[in-house]
Write a protein that binds this ligand. Structure first.
Ligand SMILES: [Fe+2]
Length: 288
C-alpha cells in the first residue's frame, strides 16, 4: 500500500474523485474572491495560489474559510524551492500545511524548479540540469516536504527558456524517476509542454509518451505570449488554439483528470475565465 493511502492521493488517477476535484476549475486570484463569494458561480473546483493566503488571521483567512465552505479547493505553491540548494524553509512548509488544513485542500502542488539562492527569493521558476545527482537532491527534498505535509506533493513541469548540456535525462524521464523514487504525483501543464516544444524544437508527443500518465493528478492550461523568436509562458491571455489541440489529445488519455485554467496577468473579468473553463468541458465531453 502507498505510504499515502489515507491521504486521498493514493492510486490513480490520484484521488481526483475522492475530494470533489473534477471537471474544469479556475485558478482563483485575489481580484475575483469577493465576486465569487457574493455570486457563488457554479465552478466545480478552484485552485488558490497558496503564497497569497499564508497569513493565519485577518480577512485572508476568513476568505479561505468561506471559499472552503463553498468549493472544493487545491493549493498551488511557488515557494518550496524544490531544486534549490538552500535548506528547505520549514516555516514556509508549516504555514502551507496550516493553510491546507484551513482550506481542506485536496492536494498541494509546486514546480520542478528552484526559486531561491543564498536566502534570496526570485519570483521566477528557474530550471536546473536533469542529472542523477539532481534527481537524488530533489527526491530527498520532496521526501522531506511530503513528511511535513503528510501527503504526496503534486509537481508541475515548467516552461524553461534554456536547456543544459549537462542534462543526462529528459524532463519527462526525470519526472518519471522522481515519481518512482518519492511517490509524488504530477501536475501536467499542457501549455508549458507546448511552449517548451516550440522554443527548444522538441517533440511534445514524445514528451507526453515518456510521462507516467497514471501519476497525473491535475492538468493546467494557460495562455502564452508570442515574442519575436520564442513563446513566453505569460498567463496573460486565453489558451492558444494549438494548446487546445494538444490538450484534446492529452484528455483522451487522461479521462477524468481535473483541468484548471490559469490566468495571472491582465486578468479578465470572471465570466471570461469561466468561459475558458467551459471550453474544457466542450472538449472532454465531446463524442469521440
Ligand atoms: Fe501551470
Amino acid at each position: 500500500m502507498s505510504a499515502y493511502a489515507q491521504s486521498g492521493l493514493a492510486g490513480a488517477p490520484a484521488g481526483t474523485r475522492d475530494h470533489g476535484i473534477s471537471g474544469a476549475g479556475i485558478g482563483l486570484r485575489l481580484c475575483h474572491i469577493d465576486e465569487v463569494l457574493r455570486q457563488r458561480p457554479p465552478i466545480p473546483w478552484m485552485e488558490l495560489l497558496a503564497d497569497n493566503h499564508l497569513a493565519e488571521g485577518g480577512l485572508t483567512a476568513l476568505h479561505v474559510e468561506a471559499l472552503a465552505s463553498l468549493y472544493p479547493l487545491t493549493l498551488h505553491c511557488v515557494g518550496m524551492n524544490l531544486a534549490g540548494t538552500d535548506p528547505l524553509d520549514d516555516d514556509y512548509l508549516r504555514r502551507v500545511l496550516a493553510l491546507r488544513e484551513r482550506s481542506a485542500a485536496a492536494w498541494v502542488s509546486d514546480h520542478l524548479c528552484f526559486t531561491a539562492v543564498g536566502g534570496r527569493r526570485y519570483h521566477e521558476l528557474l530550471p536546473f540540469p536533469y542529472t542523477d545527482q539532481s534527481l537524488r537532491h530533489v527526491a530527498a527534498r520532496v521526501h522531506r516536504i511530503q513528511e511535513i505535509l503528510g501527503a504526496p506533493l503534486v509537481i508541475e513541469n515548467v516552461s524553461a527558456y534554456l536547456r543544459f548540456s549537462d542534462s543526462a535525462l529528459g524532463e519527462a524521464q526525470f519526472l518519471s524517476a522522481l515519481c518512482r523514487d518519492t511517490d509524488c504525483r504530477l501536475l501536467l501543464d499542457v501549455n508549458n509542454v507546448y511552449v517548451n516544444a516550440i522554443n527548444h524544437g522538441e517533440d511534445a508527443e514524445a514528451y507526453l509518451r515518456a510521462l507516467p500518465f497514471e501519476r497525473v493528478a491535475e492538468i493546467h492550461l494557460a495562455g502564452f505570449a508570442p515574442r519575436e523568436d520564442y513563446l513566453l509562458d505569460a498567463h496573460d491571455r486565453a489558451v492558444a488554439a494549438p494548446v487546445w489541440d494538444l490538450y484534446a489529445r492529452v484528455a483522451t488519455r487522461l479521462s477524468g483528470v481535473p483541468t484548471l485554467i490559469e490566468w495571472d496577468n491582465d486578468i479578465p473579468p470572471l465570466p471570461v475565465l469561466l468561459a475558458e473553463a467551459d471550453k474544457v468541458a466542450a472538449i472532454t465531453e465531446a463524442p469521440r
